[in-house]
Every structure is written in C-alpha cells, then in structure tokens.
Design a protein around this ligand. Structure first.
Ligand SMILES: N[C@@H](CCC(=O)N[C@@H](CS)C(=O)NCC(=O)O)C(=O)O
Length: 217
C-alpha cells in the first residue's frame, strides 16, 4: 500500500531538516519503506482538504490506504510498531524506548519550542531581551539532565530505537542557537544520529525540495 506524507513546499528553515517531516522520512528510511510526498503551501495547509487530515492545519501527515494520521509521535510509533528496526523485541525494552519517544516530545521539545517562539515571534518585543536568558536556561536545564542520563552511552537505552530517532530530531532544533554545542556528549549523540544512512537519505530528500528556500527568522 502506498504511503504518502505531506511536507512544506518551501520549508522556513531553508533545508536544514528541522521541519518535522524529516523525522517521519527518517523512520520510513530506517524501516526501508518507500513513500510519496505531497507538497503543501502554508495556505493550502489551512484549506478544508488538508484540515480533514490534520485538524490543526500542519505538516506532516501520513496516509496509507484508508488510514490517515497526524502528529509525528503517532506516525513514528505507527511505523515502528509494524516494521523491524525501530523498537526492541523485549516487552520492557520496548516500553522504555516508547518512554523516550514521549520524553522527547513532552519533556525536551517544549522548552526548545519556547526558545524558537521567543526568537522568531517575540524577538521584537520590548521585553524579549530580558526574557531570553530565562528561556535559554530552561533549555540548558533539560539538556543538562539528558546528558547526565546519556552518560557515555551511544544511545539512550541499548541499541538505537525510535526513542533515539525522536530525541535526536528534537535536539537538532537547538543547534542554531549554539546551545547543543554546550553539551558535547549530546552534540556527539546527535552526530551519531545524523551519521546513520537512513537519516542521510531522509535529510537529502527534504533538501532536494527545500535547498535555496530563504531561512525564516
Ligand atoms: N506536534 C506536531 C507539530 C506539527 C508542527 O508544528 N508542524 C509545523 C512544521 S514542523 C507546521 O506545520 N507549522 C505550520 C503551522 O503551524 O502553520 C507534530 O509533532 O506533528
């Protein structure tokens, strides 16, 4: 059955791979699943046709036969559950890998998104300069805790899993701020994710669409 995902026709990041379709592409590549891409403009994302797939008018979405999904956590989990390579076989190890997916999306991504919002949408507000250090420190707190847990391991819990895929994808968003490099073990962890052939294919396929798009912010 053909898998179709939706992506920006011009990603605001200019091809840095930070738009969330990259994590879905990565999961599909890890699972060796072919897929098609439907490109959407910002205005098309808010049209009824897309809102039927995604109630919040965002990308990415995932269609496979009569199944339509949104939310990258749900999409990557759906792929990981049905195909080898992204979740361990043992029940407890599997539950822990899923826990890391949730941790990436619920505990690590929120302060990182807050930093993006502060930079891109609130940077011109009179209180922005005063607030920014607080926002950055909240990101540093989380990354500090995560780097303690990672220690000198390659991945968060044994072999690479969907938990690492999601965590690396989330951490990549801290690179433009320079904060990732303040945590060398996390920077190396992210680099290990980026070195995976499946990630490289995912990155290249989004870059083929977005290269040359002027970065936003
Ligand atoms: N929680 C959602 C977030 C989706 C999201 O924020 N998508 C962004 C692109 S990375 C988007 O479509 N932004 C445009 C908009 O919200 O209008 C997920 O993980 O899928």
């Amino acid at each position: 059955m053909t898998i179709t995902i939706t992506c920006f026709d011009r990603s605001p990041d200019g091809g840095k791979g930070l738009a969330r379709d990259t994590r879905v592409r990565w999961a599909l590549e890890e699972a060796a699943l072919p897929y098609e891409v439907r490109l959407l403009s910002f205005s098309a994302m808010k049209e009824p046709a897309h809102l039927r797939l995604h109630p919040f008018g965002q990308i990415p979405t995932y269609e496979e036969g009569d199944l339509a999904l949104f939310e990258t956590g749900a999409i990557v989990f759906h792929i990981a559950e049905r195909h080898a390579g992204l979740l361990p076989d043992g029940a407890n190890a599997r539950a822990r890998a899923i826990t890391w997916m949730f941790a990436a999306l619920n505990s690590v991504e929120p302060p990182i998104l807050e930093l993006s919002t502060a930079r891109i949408l609130e940077g011109d507000k009179p209180w922005s300069a005063e607030r920014m250090p607080l926002v950055k420190d909240r990101v540093r707190d989380r990354l500090g805790q995560l780097s303690v847990r990672l220690g000198d391991a390659d991945w968060l819990d044994g072999a690479f899993s969907a938990g690492d895929l999601m965590m690396v994808s989330v951490l990549l968003r801290t690179r433009p701020s320079g904060i990732l490099d303040e945590f060398p073990s996390l920077a190396a962890y992210v680099a290990r994710g980026e070195a995976r052939p499946a990630y490289k294919r995912a990155f290249a396929s989004q870059l083929a669409i977005n290269a040359g798009t002027p970065p936003a912010g």
